[in-house]
Design a protein around this ligand. Structure first.
Ligand SMILES: C[S@@+](CC[C@H](N)C(=O)[O-])C[C@H]1O[C@@H](n2cnc3c(N)ncnc32)[C@H](O)[C@@H]1O
Length: 340
């Protein structure tokens, strides 16, 4: 760990520019990223609170946190706010240059924040390792802490990703992983709570029932009896909302990568139905693509009117699923580990 009271300039090792000289840093900020960043205002994003507290607890002046898949930088904003005085650095490493670009927009002037884009290498079907985008001085130094929030359930190359974490974290470092999409055995699920993405399947089921029973939706129901197309829509949904994997899948993978699991905690987070609707409506094609069709399946895009109907049906289905309550409880899992 670094000594106390170092000036900011010594945080980043020489030869590690905070902002790399790459085309994405000069591109325009995209709507998609701004759309996601709205969740910052949502109550369910309190899911970050325990991670902020965990990092705050271990952080010392001069330390560097790697925010792996930091996205639009919501955790970074909260960390900077929660720890205003201490000099520390945080590097946002993300696979989406759109999200990273917005994060740069928000924090470019803040000396405490650095950015690295890890590209998807199509021909190798993998995302780059952090080791491929960090300069040698940072690789040699390593980082004191690593956080991954709301993202681990999205990693397709989980083993490779965790190996790269083990290689960059210092031997006495801390890793904080959390997600609302880690499957728990029924006896560990608090009563009346949801794994948040499982609400999407429930909304789809409710929407299908409503559509079959109310005339208003008859223009959209033929597809419901077409098994092949409905399977294609299910596959499309799973691209947006990946199937839930059990907790042991993640803890085993972390152990396999050379980590010792220190702690696993669960916490329920209240999600306002209206806010969850706002979030899901950005991904309406994945939730209820069969209403009005998806270009990827039908070769032509839905009309604007069909998308409007899709959103209206989604809202009706959500009312039913959440029994007209204005909020529901979702379970987040927090895994703390350290190099074994
Ligand atoms: C739901 S967002 C969460 C962002 C941020 N951590 C937060 O809590 O707001 C998921 C993020 O994971 C990133 N991501 C997905 N797969 C990834 C991978 N294989 N490696 C690194 N980042 C990935 C996405 O680009 C996106 O920024």
């Amino acid at each position: 760990m670094a000594s106390h009271g170092e000036p900011m300039t010594t945080i980043w090792p020489e030869g590690f520019p905070r902002v790399p000289d790459q085309a994405w840093t000069r591109s325009d900020v995209k709507e998609l990223a701004v759309g996601y960043d709205n969740v910052e205002e949502h109550g369910w994003y309190d899911n970050l609170d325990p991670t902020v507290e965990d990092i705050k607890r271990v952080l010392e002046p001069g330390d560097i946190v790697l925010d792996y898949s930091g996205g639009t930088g919501i955790l970074i904003g909260r960390l900077l706010e929660a720890i205003p005085e201490m000099p520390f650095g945080v590097i946002n490493v993300d696979a989406s240059k759109k999200f990273l670009r917005l994060s740069l927009e928000k924090f470019e002037k803040n000396e405490r924040v650095a950015f690295r884009w890890i590209r998807y290498l199509k021909e190798q079907e993998r995302v780059q390792r952090v080791q491929e985008v960090f300069e040698e001085p940072m690789l040699e130094r390593g980082v004191e802490a690593l956080a991954s929030t709301n993202a681990i359930h999205l990693y397709y190359g989980l083993e490779e990703t965790l190996d790269s974490w083990r290689d960059i974290i210092q031997d006495d470092g801390h890793v904080f992983v959390q997600s609302g999409n880690i499957g728990l055995p029924n006896d560990r699920m608090p009563e009346d709570s949801w794994i948040i993405d499982q609400t999407v399947t429930a909304i789809d089921e409710a929407a299908q029932t409503i559509a079959r029973n109310e005339d208003r939706w008859s223009p959209y129901t033929d597809v419901l009896d077409d098994e092949d197309r409905m399977t294609a829509y299910e596959t499309l949904r799973e691209k947006y909302f990946l199937p839930i994997r059990p907790l042991s899948y993640y803890t085993d993978a972390l152990k396999g990568a050379g980590f010792h699991i220190e702690d696993v905690r669960h916490r329920t987070v209240e999600a306002k139905v209206e806010e969850w609707y706002e979030f899901l409506s950005v991904y309406h094609e994945g939730v209820l693509g069969w209403v009005g069709g998806s270009e990827r399946i039908e070769d032509e895009p839905p009309t604007d009117a069909a998308v409007e109907d899709r959103l209206a049906l989604m809202r009706a289905a959500m009312e039913q699923v959440f029994e007209r309550e204005d909020a529901f409880e979702a379970v987040w899992t927090y895994i703390t580990c350290r190099p074994a």
